[in-house]
Design a protein around this ligand. Structure first.
Ligand SMILES: N=c1c2ncn([C@@H]3O[C@H](COP(=O)(O)OP(=O)(O)OP(=O)(O)O)[C@@H](O)[C@H]3O)c2ncn1[C@@H]1O[C@H](COP(=O)(O)O)[C@@H](O)[C@H]1O
Length: 107
């Protein structure tokens, strides 16, 4: 599987969880708890990433960054944003305009 398609497919799953009953999955439950709960998880996972890096444990760094990225993807979805919106911003900073065509920003 291409890595960029992991982001896209995960974003599709996160979008679909918006229609799911609150008790049906972790993400559905997190949406039901609301923005503050999502932000709390982002903060916790950022802290756990810092602790893993301070411990110098590379496996733990990868695991915690995956948790951090995952919860930021939940945040993006909750805000009706898509990973492509972030990839486009990174591409713009890298001097590569139009790298990712699909962006779903709705504001
Ligand atoms: N990638 C992930 C993923 N990464 C981390 N997590 C969850 O994020 C939580 C991490 O929080 P912690 O480490 O603090 O563990 P915890 O104590 O269980 O967390 P809390 O219940 O206290 O919030 C764990 O419950 C993990 O299971 C994830 N949950 C789901 N996904 C993906 O999201 C998709 C949709 O998820 P569901 O809606 O749950 O099916 C799944 O198919 C997966 O691909």
């Amino acid at each position: 599987m291409q890595h960029d398609s992991v982001l896209t497919q995960l974003a599709d799953v996160l979008e679909s969880r918006k229609q799911a009953p609150a008790d049906s999955s972790y993400v559905a439950k997190l949406y039901a708890k609301g923005l503050d709960s999502i932000l709390k998880k982002v903060g916790e996972e950022a802290t756990e990433t810092v602790m893993a890096a301070k411990d110098g444990d590379k496996d733990k760094i990868v695991y915690e960054v995956a948790d951090l990225w995952f919860h930021t993807l939940v945040l993006l979805a909750q805000q009706n944003l898509h990973p492509d919106d972030v990839l486009n911003e990174l591409a713009r900073r890298f001097g590569m305009s139009g790298l990712v065509e699909k962006a779903s920003r709705k504001d």
